[in-house]
Unconditional design. Structure first.
Length: 52
């Protein structure tokens, strides 16, 4: 969490599993600087655009 206050972009790509659920919550999002951009990509999108 120490790097979050310095991030301008946060990209989340993990598959949703019991281990990754809640990985980033309200506390972590609040640590981002004002104006930071957060993007979440789903596993199906990652698989769809996987390079051969």
């Amino acid at each position: 969490m120490r790097l979050l206050p310095e991030c301008q972009f946060l990209v989340l790509v993990p598959e949703l599993t019991p281990e990754t659920r809640g990985l980033i919550g309200a506390k972590e999002l609040a640590a981002l600087p004002k104006g930071a951009i957060v993007r979440q990509y789903r596993a199906w999108a990652r698989a769809r655009f996987r390079c051969a």
